[in-house]
Ligand binder design. Structure first.
Ligand code: HEM
Length: 562
């Protein structure tokens, strides 16, 4: 029998919970002995003292940690970042607003406002868990590159991600991370990331599905797999009838659900079992995920053992076939594939979805046939979309030892002391990108603005991260995204949003359009959301006109220039 998560959580901490009352009890008995003072406590007083023991011990241990942090910071000539999160009425209100903003607000807005107010870096500790949030580029640089060995993913992240991704490359640190990275890297050769036949097969399939749906006279959800019908069509169907029930789609839905739960757990940290006290909500979705994935992994191992291969050339090798060359361990392979699915599938899907959204909203910015000849403009369109809608919108690190980061505006030129650390990504800041930072304008990656803002300050644009843990699939992602977009624009001449097909609860709230303080939010037609990656709530519904004449074949060797 398996115990519920909440009970396991309490049992694991039972010694810590039981120790203070036990200590109080033993102390009372000792004091009550003849040897000491024969100091008798009534049963009620003793019970009250035992109950008070736990909060008292907690308070003493928090005060002790605070004191040692202060002393260590002073010893290093550093200061702590300004603090929010004490239980004052104003802060409680802002905590409630932050929680509301998470479910209903504009993504990142709360953090952006907070960071703008504090002008750099702050610590937040509403519970005994401390987070440090920063908008300082120098801090990001230190964390991702110059102090890479100190800033790890950390054991808490590992524990939270484990049910979804096991020990795969994403959550691993140290030697395990090196092992996973070196196991995965060989796939990203020029031959594989430029395997256009593979891209072509999938692009053709997606485009023919889109055409089929559009020819039926319905808008299509560009973000979804399996192309659902608009909500108003489904509403007319008998209850319980599903548009599709393909095993791959059940896998996709279960995988998304598991990512949502993981993101939710990351908000609570290691105390997540208190939220899911009686039932582990990951169980069901992960059963479906593994039921779909396990036979595929098992088959790849079997084929390797039997020495079978249908491959005509090594370039045709799939990622899994490549990974099997490094290990035949089922769980390691499964973990790696899961990690690469989150890393590679959802991020590129997110990029493509938001590019199509931007193309629908900015028809004047659509790349033309001539732009394809020189792929620079297409790349600028992709980069501009990544800037405004980064598929990995936030990131976290935990230092494996106390450390200091460079000073920030509020720290009087003193370094910032870091006992634990979180970073967040800020790609649309006017102080970093200029007064038009909130506009969609791919030219900023091509004209004088490139040299003015990005060239001297490369850390203002890190959608793929930076340093030793930089995204392994960056070039693959650019190739795949560019190839698909070129193909899409060959087949469709016009893209428009079909906002009426967007389920009402996922349309951009009316208040957004009225918020004159944020022109970007004012213009938004969809609701951007994020679990581990960014997505559009309930999909991106579009109509597209089929091009009269298919644009001529344009894939030349220039494509390899990236
Ligand atoms: C536009 C698409 C993509 C974006 C924006 C993106 C972004 C990122 C980011 C921000 C990270 C760092 C995550 C962290 O530190 O926690 C990362 C890591 C990674 N990405 Fe990507 N990625 C994309 C596509 C891909 C693709 C297509 C693949 C593979 C097929 C891939 C494979 C990886 C891997 C293996 C890592 C882990 C690297 C490590 O920890 O050493 N990514 N990616």
């Amino acid at each position: 029998m398996e115990l519920p998560p909440g009970i396991i959580f309490l049992l694991q901490r039972s010694h810590k919970i039981a120790l203070p009352p036990a200590f109080t009890y033993v102390a009372a008995r000792v004091l009550a002995s003849d040897y000491f003072y024969d100091f008798q406590l009534s049963w009620w007083t003793l019970s009250a003292a035992m109950l008070a023991g736990l909060p008292l011990a907690l308070t003493i241990s928090v005060a002790w940690v605070e004191l040692s942090i202060k002393l260590d910071a002073a010893r290093r000539g550093a200061v702590m970042p300004p603090r929010t999160g004490d239980w004052t009425p104003g802060n409680i209100l802002s905590l409630i607003n932050a929680m509301k903003s998470f479910s209903n607000g504009y993504p990142g807005e709360m953090l952006e406002k907070t960071c703008a107010n504090i002008n750099g870096c702050l610590q937040q500790s509403y519970t005994i868990r401390r987070q440090i949030i920063t908008a300082e580029l120098e801090h990001m640089k230190a964390m991702l590159a110059t102090q890479f060995d100190v800033f790890e993913k950390g054991s808490e992240t590992r524990e939270l991600i484990y049910p979804l991704l096991g020990t795969g490359v994403f959550a691993a640190d140290g030697d395990l991370w090196k092992f996973h990275r070196s196991m995965t890297r060989p796939y990203f050769t020029r031959e594989h990331i430029g395997d256009f036949d593979n891209f072509d097969r999938h692009a053709e399939d997606a485009i023919s599905q889109l055409k089929r749906r559009l020819r039926e006279g319905y808008p299509a959800d560009f973000q979804a797999s399996g192309l659902p019908y608009p909500y108003y069509v489904n509403a007319g169907r008998a209850a319980g009838t599903k548009t599709y029930e393909h095993p791959a789609l059940r896998f996709v839905n279960a995988f998304s659900e598991a990512q949502m739960i993981t993101a939710q757990r990351m908000r609570f940290g290691s105390s997540w079992p208190l939220q899911e006290f009686w039932y582990d909500t990951m169980k069901e979705p992960m059963k479906i995920v593994h039921r779909f994935g396990d036979p595929i992994v098992a088959e790849a191992i079997k084929r390797k053992r039997e020495g079978r291969s249908d491959l005509e050339e090594k370039d045709d090798e799939t990622l899994l076939e490549n990974l099997v060359n490094s290990t035949e361990d089922h769980i390691t392979l499964r973990d790696e594939i899961m990690s690469l699915l989150v890393a590679g599938r959802d991020t590129t899907a997110s990029t493509l979805t938001f590019v199509v959204y931007m193309l629908a909203e900015h028809p004047e910015r659509r790349p033309t046939y001539d732009d394809f000849r020189d792929m620079k403009y297409l790349r600028a369109v992709i980069n501009e979309t990544l800037r405004l809608y980064p598929p990995v919108p936030f990131n976290m690190r935990t230092p494996n030892a106390p450390t200091v980061l460079p000073s920030s505006p509020g720290s009087e030129d003193k370094p910032i002391y870091i006992p634990a650390y979180t970073r967040y990504t800020c790609f649309d800041r006017e102080d970093l990108w200029g007064p038009d930072a909130l506009e969609f304008d791919p030219d900023r990656f091509l004209d004088h603005r490139l040299h003015k803002y990005l060239t001297p300050n490369p850390f203002i644009f890190i959608p793929f991260n930076a340093g030793p843990r930089i995204c392994l699939g960056q070039q693959f992602a650019y190739h795949e995204t560019s190839f698909f977009l070129v193909k899409l624009l060959q087949h469709f001449s016009d893209i428009s949003l079909a906002t009426d097909a967007q389920p009402p609860e996922s349309r951009a709230p009316v208040e957004w359009a009225e918020d004159a303080t944020n022109p970007r939010k004012q213009r938004e037609k969809i609701r951007p959301k994020s679990h581990l990656t960014m997505y559009i709530q309930d999909g991106l519904w579009v109509t597209m006109e089929e091009a009269k004449d298919l644009q001529s074949q344009i894939f030349t060797s220039e494509f390899y220039i990236f």
